[in-house]
Design a binder for this molecule. Structure first.
Ligand SMILES: Cc1cc2nc3c(=O)[nH]c(=O)nc-3n(C[C@H](O)[C@H](O)[C@H](O)COP(=O)(O)O)c2cc1C
Length: 344
């Protein structure tokens, strides 16, 4: 039985950021559990990595790489730590994290608060022996004079401890960052990143925003394929505001969770149409149960990630979704999850 229904009211009585800190502290103290055994039909290879389950933890929960092992133990098939910037930075003033309970969403304007790459590197060194997949999401410092140089520094600093790297150019909370998605800037960035990675670095994923204009997915796909990017993560939080009930609806920042779901699914479909399956996609945004994850896979995602639904439904969510996916694979007669990708 899950304890989360009892813990949730306590966590929700606290300010959202305090609850998050407390959760990380509790996870650090909890006894380590080895990752569960997943049904074989869920095993899938993306970018040369063997994922035991396609359900991963999205970036932003474990920004500093404090608890990746614990999250694998809770049943995530892979864990993305970060975003980590070259230098430590405080992020935006508080409050900067809001639960939109009536909407089952979150608005955050954290602004890449993190302890920097040197601190994360030390912590993650202890994880390189893990069988599970721990990816590292890298970004640029807010005050950086040369943002591309920050990503190059991230590739160089973190490659040795990352099973994959994610280039995050889609956070709405670092002013101007998303302009790196524009074609010219993107090509310059990707070419610098690939040069820094060299021939023996980890796979590189690119994380995009769900708020793109007409034609932008096409441009991004073309640039990504040309620069040998290994997968695209669709998507980050949205700056748009669908109809929301919560009193925090007008807070600035990125919206995640249930209200993001239709937008993120639409963006995924656009990227699938633009790529025709030529580059693996990772679906994120508003995934809360096995049906949501299955829809994303049928729409073209090889893997999925989530964060916000864990706040509302508890840490057992990854395992529940994995079991539900395995059941759907069997029921539909596919041999494994990879066969279902892009069939819907
Ligand atoms: C509090 C919070 C912090 C986040 N921080 C990051 C981050 O540092 N880097 C990043 O790439 N995405 C970050 N995200 C975005 C998530 O990784 C994910 O793309 C987004 O929340 C949509 O998924 P979800 O609806 O399952 O939460 C953050 C999300 C939340 C809610």
């Amino acid at each position: 039985m899950s304890l989360y229904p009892f813990v949730r009211p306590l966590a929700f009585a606290l300010d959202a950021e305090a609850a998050h800190r407390l959760t990380i502290k509790a996870l650090k103290l909890a006894p380590r559990r080895p990752p569960p055994h997943f049904p074989d039909v869920l095993r899938t290879n993306v970018a040369g990595l063997d994922f035991p389950s396609p359900v991963g933890l999205a970036a932003g929960f474990d920004k500093d790489g404090e608890v990746p092992e614990q999250m694998l133990g809770l049943g995530f098939g892979f864990v993305e730590v970060g975003t980590i910037t070259p230098k430590p930075q405080q992020g935006n003033p508080r409050p900067r994290l809001f639960r939109l309970r009536e909407d089952r969403g979150v608005i955050n304007r954290m602004g890449f608060n993190n302890e920097g790459q040197a601190a994360a590197f030390e912590r993650l060194l202890g994880c390189t022996h893990l069988h599970g997949i721990v990816g590292v999401n890298i970004g640029a410092n807010k005050d950086s004079a040369d943002r591309i140089a920050d990503y190059v520094a991230g590739v160089k600093a973190m490659s040795a401890v990352a099973r994959y790297l994610t280039i995050n150019i889609s956070s709405p909370n670092t002013p101007g960052l998303r302009q790196l998605q524009d074609e010219g800037a993107l090509r310059a960035l990707l070419s610098a990143v690939q040069e820094a990675r060299g021939s023996d670095g980890p796979p590189v994923f690119l994380k995009v925003a769900p708020d793109l204009g007409e034609g932008e997915p096409d441009q991004i796909i073309r640039a990504a394929i040309q620069h040998r990017i290994d997968a695209i993560i669709v998507a980050n939080t949205t700056v748009s505001r669908p109809l929301l009930k919560s009193r925090y609806r007008d807070e600035s920042g990125g919206l995640s969770g249930e209200p993001l779901k239709p937008l993120a699914l639409k963006a995924l479909r656009e990227f699938r149409a633009a790529s025709g399956g030529e580059i693996p996609l990772i679906g994120v945004g508003g995934i809360a149960d096995a049906d949501d994850a299955w829809d994303r896979i049928r729409a073209g995602a090889s893997l999925v990630q989530l964060y916000t639904a864990m706040v509302y439904r508890g840490p057992g969510i990854a395992r529940r979704i994995a079991d539900g996916l395995a059941e759907r694979v069997r029921r539909t007669g596919f041999a494994n999850i990879a066969e279902a990708v892009g069939t819907g």
